[in-house]
Design a protein around this ligand. Structure first.
Ligand code: SF4
Length: 224
């Protein structure tokens, strides 16, 4: 198991404003500068990953390192591989302690963007370390809760592959299996020759995070 917790975060006001689609001379520039002064010293994104081997497969499930995951699509995606890389990445619990007044909605919105950027850095380091250590080549990922076929309730199983995740990197699960801090992601990376993206099998309309068009025929292929 690898823990990545020494990630240096460098985020400029310009980068934040660009992410928010605001002009550089926007009236919010000073707010972003002040927010970064507060946030950067406490931002501490982290990630954890491991290499885990597949024990067995059934029609609709796959058992990884003694844990049975129930998902037909995950099982199909893992048909041709023997190892996976479970991971969890987070913006870090430390920045959650910043005391921004509840009615400062724009500041909260900006802070969310800064946390998202820190999470992006954690993911970049995570991917880099997997690549350097295991040289897997092309990979895709699946995440519990991103598709109906692999419900969010399976989050507990993913966390169980690591043990006490809260103690390791500060991420905990709520009763409804949401991760805290909210700006956290979890999933399984796997080697693949295809360009698999969850969004291809997700019919959700008007999703701002969509990375590929919905492909109902492909979904049928997976589920048949
Ligand atoms: S379309 Fe949106 S909700 Fe669906 S998998 Fe992609 S990012 Fe997630």
């Amino acid at each position: 198991m690898e823990i990545i917790d020494n990630i240096k975060v460098e985020i400029s006001p310009t980068q934040v404003l660009k992410r928010l689609h605001m002009d550089q001379d926007d009236k919010y520039l000073q707010d972003v500068e002040k927010l970064l002064e507060l946030a950067l010293p406490v931002l501490c994104p982290k990630a954890i990953f491991d290499i885990k081997y597949i024990d067995s497969r059934s029609d609709d499930s796959v058992t990884i390192s003694g844990v049975e995951f129930s998902s037909r699509i995950l099982r199909v995606n893992l048909d041709k591989v023997e190892r996976t890389f479970p991971y969890i990445a987070t913006c870090g619990i430390e920045v959650e302690k910043l005391d921004i007044p509840a009615d400062e909605l724009m500041l909260h919105f900006m802070l969310d963007t800064i946390k998202q950027m820190a999470l992006g850095e954690a993911m970049r380091h995570l991917r880099q370390q997997i690549d350097e250590k295991y040289r897997p080549g092309k990979m895709s990922a699946m995440n519990p809760g991103s598709l109906e076929d692999w419900p969010i309730s399976e989050q507990h199983k993913l966390f169980s592959l690591f043990g006490d995740v809260e103690k390791l990197i500060g991420v905990k699960l709520t009763d409804s299996c949401l991760m805290m801090p909210i700006k956290s992601v979890s999933g399984l990376y796997f080697q693949t020759e295809t360009d698999y993206v969850n969004c291809q099998l997700c019919p959700r309309e008007k999703c701002p995070g969509r990375r590929a068009p919905y492909n109902p025929e492909l979904k049928e292929e997976y589920l048949k």
